[in-house]
Write a protein that binds this ligand. Structure first.
Ligand code: GLU
Length: 427
C-alpha cells in the first residue's frame, strides 16, 4: 500500500492548491514546494559480530526563512528521501502555524532499530552526527526525536556533536532526557497537544468530551499521551491499533467499555507491540490492523504513519465519525481528504494537531539558552496557550472564509513563511 502513495507528492499537491489561492508568484512557489538543502550520506557501523554495516542517512532543510530548521530524525526500514522531504516541508508549516521562530527540517536513517543492539544504535547515532555535524547546529538546523528515536538517541547525538565542536551546545538537539537539558512535559507534549486541539474543536461543535468515544491508530509516544489526556478530560477510547514486530503486521485491540492505558502498558513490549494473547485474556477483541478506522467512534486519531486514511480505508469509516485529529504526519491521502470534506467531518490537520511536540522542543531550546528550567505545569500551561491560540486562528479563518480546516491552516502557515522570505529579499 505504502508504495502507491508518495508523501512528498501529497505535500506538494496540498501546497500547490493553497499557493494558487494566495496568488504566490512562480519563484516563491518554486522555492516553497522544494527543499532548500538536502544531504544524503552513508554511515558505516561496526556491528557486534565484527562485520561492518553501511546505513543510508538523510537530512533535509525545507526552509529556514523564519529561523533555524527544526525537525526530528526517524529510524525506519522503509524511510525514503521523499518521505523525509515531505516531513521537512510539513515541519515548516507546523512551526509557522503555531508561530514559533523556526523553519522546517527532517532527518532519517534507513534501518530497523528493533534489530540493532544498544551499542549499535549508539554508533549509528554518533555516525549520523559525524556525517552532518557541519550542516546542523543550534543556529542552523536543530534535530529532535521522531518515529523510533528517543531521548537516549538524542543524548548520544548531542555528546558526539559537543565532542566534535569542543564545547557544550545543549541547543543543538531537543527531546533530550530531563536533567540532561531536556524539558519536563516534552514526552507528553505531542499527544497532549493533539487533545488540546480536540478539546477546542469539541467546544466549537458544542459536544462534551464525556459524550464522545475515540478510536486511535498507533500506540507509540503520541498515541499513549493523547489517550491519557483524552481519558482525563472524560472521553472514552474504544480501540487502539499497533504494529506487531514479531508477526510483521498490525492489530487492532477493541474493548467496548473502553481500553485501559495502564492495563495495555503492562502487556506491551519495549518496541511498543501489545501481546495479542494476553490482550484477549484481558477481554480485548483482537482485530486486523485497519479495523481501528471502522469502529463506532465519534473521533478518529491516526497517530502512526503516513497514508493510513486512503481511498481504500476511508470507505470503511463509520458514519458516526464527526472529528478527525491527525496525530501522525501526513496520515490522509488527497483522495481520502475529499471524502472527509464531503462528509463534513471536522478535521484538525496534522501540522496543527501534532505541533505540540515541536512547540515544546522550542520551549526546551529557550530553557537551554537560559540554563533555567520550568516546572512541568508551567511548560504544559504555555503549550496549551500556544496550541489553543493556533487552533482558534485556524478555525476562525476556516469559518470566515468557508475553507476546509487543512486549507485554512495552510493559508496561515504559507503566508507567514512567504512573508519572511520576502522580507529577507529572497524572492
Ligand atoms: N518529530 C516531531 C514532529 O514531527 C517533533 C519535532 C521537533 O520537536 O523538532 O513534529
Amino acid at each position: 500500500m505504502d508504495k502507491t502513495y508518495n508523501p512528498f507528492t501529497t505535500a506538494q499537491e496540498q501546497f500547490d492548491k493553497v499557493a494558487e489561492m494566495l496568488n504566490l508568484d512562480q519563484a516563491m512557489k518554486k522555492m516553497l514546494r522544494n527543499s532548500m538543502r538536502e544531504y544524503h550520506f552513508l554511515i558505516p557501523v561496526r556491528m557486534d559480530d565484527g562485520s561492518v554495516e553501511v546505513f543510508r542517512g538523510f537530512r533535509v532543510l525545507h526552509n529556514d526563512a523564519r529561523g533555524p530548521g527544526k525537525g526530528g530524525i526517524r529510524f525506519h526500514p522503509q524511510e525514503t528521501i521523499d518521505t523525509v522531504r515531505a516531513l521537512a516541508m510539513w515541519m515548516t508549516w507546523k512551526c509557522a502555524v503555531v508561530d514559533i521562530p523556526l523553519g522546517g527540517g527532517k532527518g532519517g536513517v534507513i534501518c530497523d532499530p528493533h534489530n540493532l543492539s544498544s551499542r549499535e544504535q549508539e554508533l549509528l547515532c554518533r555516525g549520523w552526527v559525524r556525517q552532518i555535524s557541519k550542516n546542523v547546529g543550534p543556529l542552523s538546523d536543530v534535530p529532535a526525536p521522531d518515529v523510533m528515536t528517543n531521548a537516549q538517541h538524542m543524548l548520544w547525538m548531542l555528546d558526539e556533536y559537543e565532542t566534535i565542536h569542543g564545547a557544550k551546545y545543549p541547543g543543538f538537539i531537543t527531546g533530550k532526557p530531563v536533567g540532561m537539558g531536556g524539558s519536563l512535559g516534552r514526552k507528553e507534549a505531542t499527544g497532549y497537544g493533539v487533545i488540546f486541539t480536540v478539546r477546542e474543536a469539541l467546544k466549537e461543535m458544542g459536544v462534551r468530551p464525556e459524550d464522545t468515544i475515540a478510536s486511535v491508530q498507533g500506540f507509540g509516544n503520541v498515541a499513549r499521551h493523547a489517550i491519557e489526556l483524552y481519558q482525563q478530560i472524560g472521553g472514552g477510547v474504544i480501540a487502539v491499533s499497533c504494529w506487531d514486530q514479531k508477526d510483521n503486521t498490525s492489530y487492532t485491540f477493541r474493548k467496548t467499555d473502553g481500553v485501559s492505558l495502564d492495563e495495555l502498558l503492562t502487556i506491551t513490549d519495549s518496541f511498543g507491540s501489545i501481546d495479542k494473547n494476553k490482550a484477549s485474556d484481558l477481554g480485548y477483541t483482537v482485530l486486523d490492523g485497519s479495523a481501528w478506522i471502522e469502529q463506532e467512534a465519534d473521533i478518529l486519531i491516526p497517530a502512526a504513519l503516513e497514508n493510513q486514511i486512503n481511498a481504500e480505508t476511508v470507505s470503511k469509516m463509520s458514519q458516526r465519525v464527526k472529528l478527525i485529529a491527525e496525530g501522525a504526519n501526513g496520515p490522509t491521502t488527497i483522495e481520502a481528504d475529499e471524502t472527509i470534506k464531503k462528509r463534513n467531518i471536522f478535521l484538525i490537520p496534522d501540522f496543527l494537531a501534532n505541533a505540540g511536540g515541536v512547540t515544546c522542543s522550542y520551549f526546551e531550546q529557550v530553557q537551554c539558552n537560559m540554563n533555567y528550567y520550568w516546572t512541568k505545569e508551567e511548560t504544559l500551561g504555555k503549550l496549551d496557550e500556544k496550541m489553543t491560540s493556533a487552533f482558534i486562528a485556524v478555525s476562525d479563518l476556516a469559518r470566515e472564509k468557508k475553507l476546509y480546516m487543512r486549507d485554512a491552516a495552510y493559508v496561515i502557515a504559507i503566508d507567514r513563511v512567504a512573508k519572511a522570505a520576502r522580507y529577507r529579499g529572497w524572492v
